[in-house]
Write a protein that binds this ligand. Structure first.
Ligand SMILES: [Ca+2]
Ligand SMILES: [Ca+2]
Ligand SMILES: [Ca+2]
Length: 400
C-alpha cells in the first residue's frame, strides 16, 4: 500500500515536472515586433534626436526601450498585449506617437504616425482630483494648478477648463473605449465636455500670469483639511474657484469665480473632475472669439453617439487645446485614451481614488528659483503620480 502511494506520488511529481516544463516552453516562445515610426511631415529627419520606442506588456507591466534606426525599432517579446510609445525631439518640438492594445502573438509589424507639438506657455502643473481617504466621502477638495512655463507673460483671460466625457452616460460605465469616434474608430478632433465647461473671465489682458507663476483653481476655496482632517489641502487661499450659481454651491467671496460657459443635461452642483478617470484639457479660442460666442453657435454641440441620448455636449476643437492630460485608473486591467496623441501622446496611470494624492509634472530645471516643468506632450513621462498635493507651491529640487 505504502509502496503504491509512493509510486503514485512519484508519478504525480513526474507529471508535474512535465507539465511545468511544457508551460515554460510555451512562455518561452518569443516573437519579433518591428515598429516603424513615421515622422510628422513638418519635421526634418536630420533634426530628430533621442528617438526611442517603448513597449510595455499590459499584464506584467514589463517595459523595454529600443533606439530607432532607419525609422525602425525591433523587439523580441513574449506573446501578449502591449502598449507602444514612440518619442523624441526635434529642436523646440516634442514628437510623439503611440498605439495601445497591440497583440503580439506572431512576428508582428506595426507603424506609428508621430505628431509634433510645441509646449504652450500655460500648462497644468498639478491636479488633485482623487478625493480624500475614506471615510467620510469627501471629494469637493479638488484643484487644478495652472503654471506659466514660458518666458513670456501669458493671459488667463478666456482660458477654458474642461473634463472630456469619459463614460457612457446611459450605462454609466466609465472604463470602455470612447464613444466619440469617427467611422474608422479614431477619436474625433474635438472634445465633448463632461458636466460644466468653465472659463476665466476677462477681456483679453485682464489676468496676466508672469513667467514662473501659477494660479490654483479650487472646486471650493475653503480649508478642507479643517473640515475633514483626511483632506490634504487648505484651499482657502486659492486664486480662483469654480462656482455654479443656483445649485447650492458655496461661494468664498474673497476668491474670484470662473465663469460657467455651459452645463449639459448631466450638470451637477459644481464643476467636478472624474474621481477615477479624468481626461482634462485647458484650451483657448482664437483671438476675438469668447467662450460665450463659441457656446452661442449650435454647430459647436453634439449629442452622445450611439446611446440615443439627446443631451448636447459642447465640443472643444483639439487645435485650441493648450495642455491636456489623459488620466486613467491604473487599477483597471486595460485603459482607454480619450485625448488625441497630438494633445497628449501618453496616459497617466494613477493608483486609483480616495488616496488624497495628486499628480504633478516633473521639474526639469530650476534657475534662480525659476522652475521649468517637463512638457513633452506625453503625460506618461511628464508626470509624477501619488504626490502629496502642493497647491501653489513650486518644488525646490529637480525631478530629472
Ligand atoms: Ca464650487
Ligand atoms: Ca468666490
Ligand atoms: Ca502639454
Amino acid at each position: 500500500m505504502r509502496k503504491s502511494i509512493i509510486s503514485i506520488l512519484t508519478l504525480l511529481a513526474v507529471v508535474l515536472v512535465v507539465s511545468c516544463s511544457d508551460d515554460d516552453n510555451k512562455a518561452a516562445v518569443k516573437y519579433k515586433l518591428t515598429v516603424t515610426v513615421n515622422l510628422p511631415s513638418d519635421i526634418n529627419a536630420a533634426d530628430v534626436t533621442d528617438l526611442k520606442v517603448t513597449v510595455k506588456n499590459q499584464s506584467t507591466q514589463e517595459e523595454l526601450i529600443a533606439d530607432v534606426a532607419n525609422n525602425k525599432a525591433e523587439f523580441t517579446l513574449a506573446g501578449g498585449e502591449y502598449n507602444i510609445m514612440a518619442s523624441g525631439s526635434a529642436g523646440k518640438f516634442a514628437i510623439n506617437g503611440s498605439k495601445d492594445q497591440v497583440g503580439v502573438y506572431a512576428d508582428t509589424n506595426i507603424s506609428i504616425d508621430m505628431v509634433s507639438a510645441v509646449s504652450s506657455g500655460l500648462i497644468i502643473k498639478e491636479v488633485y482630483y482623487s478625493g480624500a481617504p475614506l471615510p467620510p466621502y469627501y471629494v469637493t477638495d479638488q484643484f487644478i494648478e495652472i503654471y506659466n512655463n514660458s518666458d513670456k507673460v501669458q493671459y488667463l483671460d478666456n482660458v477654458m477648463i474642461g473634463v472630456v466625457m469619459y463614460m457612457n452616460s446611459k450605462t454609466a460605465v466609465a472604463n470602455q473605449p470612447s464613444l466619440w469616434v469617427d467611422g474608422q474608430g479614431n477619436l474625433l478632433d474635438r472634445y465633448p465636455i463632461y458636466n460644466y465647461l468653465m472659463a476665466f473671465p476677462g477681456t483679453g489682458q485682464s489676468y496676466p500670469l508672469e513667467p514662473g507663476k501659477s494660479v490654483v483653481v479650487a472646486q471650493n476655496a475653503v480649508n478642507h483639511h479643517a473640515q475633514n482632517p483626511n483632506s490634504p489641502v487648505d484651499l482657502s487661499n486659492a486664486d480662483w474657484e469654480t462656482f455654479v450659481p443656483g445649485k447650492g454651491d458655496t461661494d468664498n467671496e474673497n476668491v474670484k469665480n470662473l465663469d460657467v460657459i455651459y452645463g449639459n443635461g448631466l450638470a451637477q452642483k459644481d464643476f467636478a473632475m472624474g474621481l477615477f478617470i479624468n481626461p482634462l484639457i485647458i484650451a483657448k479660442l482664437p483671438e476675438g472669439t469668447t467662450p460665450a460666442d463659441f457656446a452661442a453657435d449650435e454647430s459647436n454641440f453634439m449629442a452622445e453617439p450611439t446611446t440615443g441620448r439627446s443631451d448636447l455636449y459642447i465640443m472643444i476643437p483639439s487645435k485650441y487645446v493648450l495642455d491636456a492630460i489623459d488620466i486613467v485608473d491604473g487599477s483597471d486591467a486595460v485603459n482607454y485614451k480619450h485625448i488625441l496623441n497630438v494633445d497628449d501622446a501618453g496616459i497617466v496611470k494613477t493608483p486609483g481614488s480616495f488616496t488624497g494624492k495628486s499628480i504633478r509634472r516633473k521639474v526639469v530645471s530650476i534657475e534662480n528659483g525659476r522652475v521649468k516643468y517637463k512638457d513633452t506632450n506625453n503625460s506618461s513621462v511628464d508626470f509624477l503620480i501619488d504626490q502629496t498635493p502642493t497647491p501653489g507651491v513650486q518644488p525646490t529640487t529637480v525631478d530629472e
